[in-house]
Design a protein around this ligand. Structure first.
Ligand code: NAP
Length: 552
């Protein structure tokens, strides 16, 4: 395998840069994959569009951005030194802390040495003769590698609304996934004296709204559909708690790895239908009072599968919203009518519903009064003009496949990945697609890491792929590609598994649905069989000599 010595600051010049592996993206998976491939002695280059490491935690610096996983379950588990040296300050850390954490890891392992920032990969073409990927950056520079690993993240390709007049707005604006580093006018999260509009009320919008409402003179929330939101119950981590966490990391990670989504919450095997009304109510109350996803992923398992059980928890959360919002009509507007609790990813909130009891906050229900256009002065709805100084778009992502589709990827026989996936992704184990040898998709579509407390499953993805690459080195194998049969079977399995849940019955980014991206086919993007099943399937393939893959 080739070796390459070059600087992380100067662009590669064609055709000299030739690596064993190119990784696209310097987020949590790209960083760990680089570390593991270095340990194998490979030459590796990471290309990253941003100016620093962090991926999601670099880009999503909007007001209020923070974890919905417990901090101690989110960090990397593979370095005892990192585990013992890093102190989390909150049970659900905010974005600046997570970005600092990832920079701490990058410093510790000198990861930036093999990273080139401010560089967008625009094109990747598989050269069948040399069995290498030729990669072209947006600035025209090129590089080659035997292995191409995408670590681009499932929620990276953000989508802007397609509203007439959107370019005419004279005030400040940003999508949450490209929020200015110092805030608007360098004012951070201070919105005093400002009239702010937020469009979008998913998990991101909910976090933004809570934060902006604290200081804005006026906050107008433009809501297309409400979500079922539940309390995060965040709190500081005391010194004593952090010391205990450090002693218990092995157990914490073990427990996470034994749950459906690797969150620190175990689904309860009982049915919501088999307990008495009193017992069920007490259990729901207990879960509602618990920090994090207990109410969703620590609840009766069948709320995710059985409509009758789902109706019970949905009714419970409906009551909570009505209790927390003073104005009955506003409460009704905040209650989802088209899907049950937990069938979309649940936004975790801190005083979200109470925001609507404040005088400075207005909720606009876009189902009654749609946005007609964005004007130079603000947002024009069918019944009223809203004058604004700032518009924040929390309008979501071209999820899971978006960041791959935005790269012009060509495999064997000139086939484009975007064409192959135009009716939805087709993969084997969510790691590869037939016709695209040596292209691996960490946390890609159909991959168990997508429905997961992501770093836990990233470690599985990276570990599995590193073992495969080590096997390639040992056995002098230069090409890996799944069979079409394996791909068809896995894709069918992904769809069948999803069909057994309530997730597939509801529109959300899990199904690739985003109103700003109407050409995306509605299909399940994740893997709903649970991370343990996913890991077992990956391990079975490896133990059977990478069954389902052709290794040459
Ligand atoms: P999202 O769930 O897709 O929500 C996008 C929101 O924007 C929806 O309310 C959508 O309404 C609305 N919207 C989109 N286009 C619109 C338009 N043209 N006009 C008006 N409204 C529009 O995206 P997200 O909130 O960014 O969350 C995505 C995922 O990121 C979450 O599910 C979660 O997995 C992750 N996340 C995690 C955290 C965390 O706590 N760690 C925080 C934020 C996000 P419709 O639903 O009606 O289309």
């Amino acid at each position: 395998m080739a070796t390459a010595q070059d600087s992380s600051t100067t662009p590669d010049s064609s055709p000299a840069a030739d690596y064993d592996a190119i990784i696209i993206g310097a987020g949590i998976s790209g960083m760990y994959q680089l570390h593991r491939l270095r340990e194998l002695g490979l030459s590796v280059k990471v290309y990253e569009t941003a100016s620093g490491v962090g991926g999601t935690w670099y880009w999503n610096r909007y007001p209020g951005c923070r974890f919905d996983s417990e901090s101690e379950t989110y960090g990397y588990s593979w370095s005892d030194e990192v585990l013992q040296e890093w102190n989390w300050t909150e049970h659900f850390a905010a974005q600046p802390e997570t970005e600092r954490y990832l920079n701490f890891v990058a410093d510790k392992f000198d990861l930036r040495r093999d990273m080139q920032f401010n560089t967008r990969v625009a094109k990747a073409t598989f050269d069948e003769a040399s069995r290498r990927w030729e990669v072209e950056m947006e600035d025209g520079s090129t590089a080659r590698a035997e292995l191409l690993i995408s670590a681009t993240g499932p929620l990276n390709a953000h989508t802007m609304p397609r509203i007439p007049g959107i370019d005419t707005f004279k005030g400040d604006w940003a999508h949450t996934a490209r929020y200015p580093k110092e805030g608007f006018g360098g004012r951070g999260n201070d919105f005093s004296g400002k009239r702010v509009g937020v469009i979008g009320t998913g998990a991101t919008g909910v976090q933004v709204i809570q934060e902006v409402a604290k200081t804005a003179d006026e906050l107008t929330v433009f809501q297309l559909s409400p979500e079922w939101c539940t309390p995060l119950h965040n709190s500081p981590i005391t010194e004593k708690e952090m010391a205990d966490i450090k002693k218990n990391y092995t157990q914490i990670f073990k427990e996470c790895n034994e749950t459906f989504g690797a969150f620190h919450h175990m689904l309860d095997g009982r049915s919501a239908l088999e307990v008495s009304d009193e017992e069920r109510e007490a259990f729901f109350e207990e879960k509602y009072a618990e920090p994090g996803f207990g109410i969703w992923l620590g609840n009766f398992a069948d709320i995710l599968f059985d409509q009758r059980s789902n109706d019970l928890i949905t009714e419970f959360i409906t009551r909570k919203i009505r209790e927390r919002v003073n104005d009955p009509q506003t409460a009704e507007n905040l209650i989802p009518k088209d899907h049950g609790f937990g069938t979309r990813r649940v936004p975790q909130e801190t005083g979200y519903y109470e925001v609507y009891n404040q005088d400075n906050v207005t909720l606009v229900n876009l189902q009654d009064t749609p946005i007609e256009e964005i004007t130079p002065n603000g947002v024009k709805c069918s019944d009223e003009d809203y004058d604004l100084d700032i518009i924040i778009y929390a309008t979501g992502f071209d999820a899971v496949v978006g960041s791959l589709k935005r790269i012009d990827i060509t495999g064997k026989g000139g086939q484009k990945l975007a064409d192959k996936w135009k009716n939805g992704p087709r993969t084997y184990l969510g790691m590869q697609s037939a016709g695209f040898p040596n292209l691996f998709t960490l946390v890609g579509p159909h991959n168990g890491a997508t429905f997961c407390n992501i770093p836990r499953c990233i470690e599985q993805n990276v570990g599995w792929l590193t073992d495969l690459i080590a096997h390639m080195k040992r056995e002098n194998i230069h090409q890996v590609e799944p069979t079409l049969d394996a791909e068809d079977a896995w894709t069918a399995h992904v769809d069948e598994t999803a069909a057994a849940t309530l997730f597939a019955k509801v529109d959300s980014w899990f199904m690739g649905v985003n109103v700003n991206n109407p050409t995306q086919k509605r299909t399940f993007m994740l893997y709903a069989g649970g991370q343990m099943n996913y890991k077992a399937k990956c391990d079975e393939s490896a133990e059977d000599g990478y069954e389902g893959f052709v290794l040459t």
